[in-house]
Design a protein around this ligand. Structure first.
Ligand SMILES: Cc1cc2nc3c(=O)[nH]c(=O)nc-3n(C[C@H](O)[C@H](O)[C@H](O)COP(=O)(O)OP(=O)(O)OC[C@H]3O[C@@H](n4cnc5c(N)ncnc54)[C@H](O)[C@@H]3O)c2cc1C
Ligand code: FES
Length: 273
């Protein structure tokens, strides 16, 4: 059996600057057999290690529907992410995983999907969005609402046009503060709800973003008729092992690394009550 604490080596293939502090790293496992065997669900994460520095959990932002590589969108916030940001194509990192439960996929087949993302929170959602769009016929209408602090903080901009040009997809973007060149929406992401004509019937909402955003989005979704089971979000906790052994990520009786990081709003409420 594979040792869950033993990282496999992955090589950085290319690096794309998303914003001043977010980069997307395209990687492949050095061993082609490991890359060929890679299977994951949107919403799962890897433990990424920089040898001699440390390890950090990062969502897989690529879609399992596209093989031969995987992608990580990483914000430079500290030690490990900072060293990763200084690396160049050809550099090697350690990868453990994929870990966590991932987003429900089979359960939402045939439904309308609403994605609400904020900042780097679009990273896990991007995996599911591209997965769903690669299997477009399996889902009804898709609405993608995304907000960031400023136009310079919008991540994965290159894909916005591709997403909005898909059949029956509504994509709206907003920023908290515009600049001289910004002609789009200004306001928090919930200000997009009336513009998008959201309805709750037969719809599941996926919400990922900064902790400050989540309660406001959930409150508005509940007012629109979404239920505690049709609102799906992710939790971030400090993690160490990633596999339910060390207890660093526990909330109540749940391990965020093992039982999550994806939870319905009903599950989230039960964990904190
Ligand atoms: C399941 C999961 C998925 C994640 N996916 C992504 C992703 O796709 N892209 C991305 O950029 N980041 C993601 N993160 C957050 C990422 O793990 C942290 O930013 C990273 O661990 C920082 O490591 P560091 O050594 O660079 O920073 P450190 O030097 O350890 O810390 C810098 C600052 O960030 C805070 N911090 C560190 N880890 C966390 C955390 N887990 N939650 C909240 N605050 C933290 C520290 O308290 C400190 O203030 C994810 C976290 C989890 C738990
Ligand atoms: S990170 Fe160790 S139990 Fe979750």
């Amino acid at each position: 059996m594979k040792d869950v604490y033993f990282p496999d080596i992955a090589v950085i293939d290319s690096i794309r600057n998303e914003t001043g502090d977010v980069k997307t790293f395209t990687m492949r496992f050095k061993d082609p057999n490991i890359q060929d065997d890679l299977a994951y669900r949107s919403g799962q994460f890897f433990e990424v290690s920089i040898f001699g520095i440390g390890e950090m959990p990062i969502s897989i932002t690529s879609t399992p529907s596209r093989k031969d590589f995987f992608e990580l969108g990483v914000k430079n916030v500290g030690l490990v992410s900072g060293v990763l940001h200084s690396m160049t194509p050809g550099s090697e990192v350690g990868i453990r995983g994929p870990f966590g439960n991932g987003f429900p996929y089979e359960e939402v087949l045939g439904k309308e999907l609403l994605f609400v993302g904020g900042g780097i929170g679009l990273a896990p959602l991007r995996s599911l969005i591209n997965n769903v769009l690669d299997n477009r016929d399996n889902f009804a209408r898709i609405t993608i609402l995304y907000g960031s602090r400023t136009p310079g903080d919008l991540v994965f901009k290159d894909e916005f046009k591709i997403w909005e040009n898909q059949p029956d997809v509504t994509m709206l973007v907003t920023v908290d503060r515009g600049d001289e060149e910004w002609t789009g929406n200004v306001g928090v992401v919930t200000t997009l709800f009336p513009k998008a004509g959201i309805k709750s019937e037969n719809t599941v909402a996926f919400v990922c973003g900064p902790p400050v955003m989540i309660p406001f989005v959930i409150k508005d979704l509940l007012n629109l008729g979404f239920t505690e089971d049709t609102i799906i979000s992710t939790l971030e906790r400090h993690m160490k092992c990633g596999v339910g052994k060390c207890g660093h990520c526990c909330i109540g009786h749940k391990y965020v690394c093992l039982d999550g990081p994806v939870f319905s709003y009903r599950e989230m409420k039960a964990m904190t009550e």
